[in-house]
Design a binder for this molecule. Structure first.
Ligand code: SF4
Length: 537
């Protein structure tokens, strides 16, 4: 049984380049783990990471056509209107090699399995949830004497006649220490792509945010599961031996386990990281409720430099609606602690969602100003404009659909289209969308970087906490050149303009029910205002 695991090219459009919410960051090692488990079970496995290798679709097709394999596992990601291109590629593989078993895995197929199996008959099976053991079992059964046994594998979905059938789900993997370390792309490729060396120290989250599909992926009852600090250290040592790298990023959706036990585990891990023979730097993602001065001071001593903080909002009512389980005071406290420790912060923030109110947008503005988070126009534009993308699998998708407030749209109805309940906020979101886009065209992200090429902005990520980029796991903000002389003044003026523009817009919108003309006029006013401050006569 020859197995090929494919991570397809990450196709984007100008609209979706920044919307890296098609797979959480924690999914970046899914193929590596699946490959390692298959190897451990004695199978011959090849991994084709077309995304990390930077292959075009034609190069990927040529590779798939020339390689020999019996089972093709594909980490399929939702790529909006470009998703069908990947499916066309796979259809061509099946036409050329009809005996190959085609299996899809990952977050997107886990939630879209019925539609995919119904509408794309060349797909043989889909692994729902964690794919490692499903793929091992699938390979075993396909290699065995009973040609139909694979159809009964727990966690697998497949077709019966023209019907899509989902077998009972598998329980989430409990003992993460028992898993082999994931296969990784070649070190020179990682260096060339300026990627992190990712470590997955845990799976799942004890939070239950309405906009996050992390837990629905692992299974409704799946708890947060952590590896032992010793096991994590072993892997870091192994990666360092292979690559020489001293820079790591924890891809865990939530670095902390629940309660005192979770806190103690991190203190143990920090102590072990500090004792490594080679000093490392690392980053992590967490909730503001887990930020404690003592714990983070230990982590900084161990090499912590970057934190992606799931703040989400500066308004209590929005945090409650998101079922975030945190407060504005916790957000403020966390930001202060991280700042005092000199940690670079990226922010998960949602300014517009289906239930957003004018009062919340105003509270968000004050919060961001009060916390000095609007430190450059690229950051300000991102934070002001960020509108929640609702994808199938998120609890919010089902809730809004049931309430008749969401319309399944796009390929396989995977993205839910919605209007913000308050039409004034919907109008505001549209205006800010246009103004933010123009801002980003002007700044090109140059304002995020200091003269020496160091990242100087404290925030400014479009990523949603728990929903970062896909398999490749590139940084949210790409490296760009520092700004040319004279641009700084324009950036400062632009940053001030954006804040006063949004503030004025909120007041205007509060005065009435904005019609289409109001939106057009406000966009025009915003774009003219930008021109004026960036190119003063
Ligand atoms: S958004 Fe973050 S805190 Fe909320 S459930 Fe997802 S991983 Fe947990």
């Amino acid at each position: 049984m020859r197995i090929l695991l494919l991570n397809p090219p990450l196709l984007t459009t100008p609209h979706t380049t920044d919307l890296v919410v098609n797979a959480p960051l924690s999914a970046c090692l899914v193929t590596g783990y699946a490959g390692a488990c298959l190897q451990q079970a004695g199978f011959e496995v090849q991994v084709a990471d077309a995304d990390v290798a930077g292959w075009t679709m034609a190069e990927t097709a040529a590779f798939l056509s020339g390689a020999a394999y019996d089972l093709l596992g594909v980490h399929l990601k939702f790529l909006w209107e470009r998703t069908p291109e990947i499916l066309d590629l796979l259809a061509a593989v099946k036409r050329q090699k009809p005996a190959v078993h085609l299996n899809l895995y990952g977050h997107y197929p886990t939630f879209a399995w019925e539609t995919l199996l119904r509408e794309y008959p060349f797909i043989d099976s889909i692994a729902r949830g964690e794919p490692e053991f499903i793929l091992v079992e699938l390979a075993r059964q396909l290699a065995g004497p009973d040609r139909t046994a694979w159809r009964r594998i727990e966690g697998l979905a497949r077709r019966e006649g023209d019907k899509a059938v989902g077998n009972p789900l598998r329980p989430a993997i409990v003992d993460l220490d028992a898993l082999p370390f994931p296969l990784r792309p070649p070190a020179d490729l990682i260096a060339r792509r300026q990627m992190h060396h990712y470590i997955l120290g845990s799976r799942g989250c004890f939070g239950r945010c309405t906009f996050c599909y992390l837990n629905p992926f692992y299974g409704p009852e799946a708890p947060w599961r952590g590896r032992s600090p010793e096991n994590i250290i072993k892997e870091i040592n192994a990666v360092h031996r292979q690559t020489g790298s001293t820079s790591f990023y924890f891809a865990d959706a939530n670095f902390f386990g629940p309660g005192e036990k979770g806190r103690r585990r991190i203190l143990e891990l920090a102590a072990l990281l500090k004792e490594l023979d080679f000093p490392i730097v690392f980053g992590l993602e967490c909730r503001s409720s887990d930020v404690e001065e003592e714990v983070f001071a230990r982590l900084v001593e161990a090499g912590l430099r970057d934190v992606f903080l799931g703040v989400e909002s500066g308004a209590r009512s929005a945090l409650d609606r998101f079922r975030k389980g945190t407060t504005v005071a916790q957000n403020e406290r966390a930001l202060k602690i991280l700042r005092n420790l000199g940690i670079h912060i990226s922010l998960g923030f949602i300014n517009f969602d289906p239930g957003a109110t004018l009062e919340e947008i105003k509270e968000n503005l004050y919060f961001l100003q009060r916390m000095d988070l609007l430190d450059c126009p690229t950051t300000t534009a991102h934070l002001f404009f960020h509108r929640l993308v609702v994808l199938r699998g998120m609890p919010a998708y089902g809730q809004l659909l049931e309430q008749g407030r969401l319309h399944p749209a796009g390929f396989t109805g995977h993205e839910g289209e919605y209007q913000i309940a308050d039409p004034r906020v919907e109008a505001l979101a549209r205006v800010m969308g246009a103004v933010a886009r123009r801002t980003l065209e002007f700044t090109r992200g140059e304002d995020l970087w200091g003269a020496a090429g160091e990242k100087i902005c404290s925030a400014g990520s479009m990523c949603v906490h728990g929903a970062g980029d896909g398999e490749a796991g590139l940084e949210c903000s790409g490296t760009v050149s520092p700004p040319a002389n004279g641009r700084w003044e324009a950036f400062n003026r632009l940053n001030m303009f954006l804040q006063s523009f949004l503030s004025g817009l909120i007041d205007e919108a509060a005065g009435g029910n904005p019609a289409r003309e109001w939106i057009e006029q406000a966009v025009e006013k915003g774009l003219k205002g930008i021109e004026k401050v960036v190119r003063p006569s």
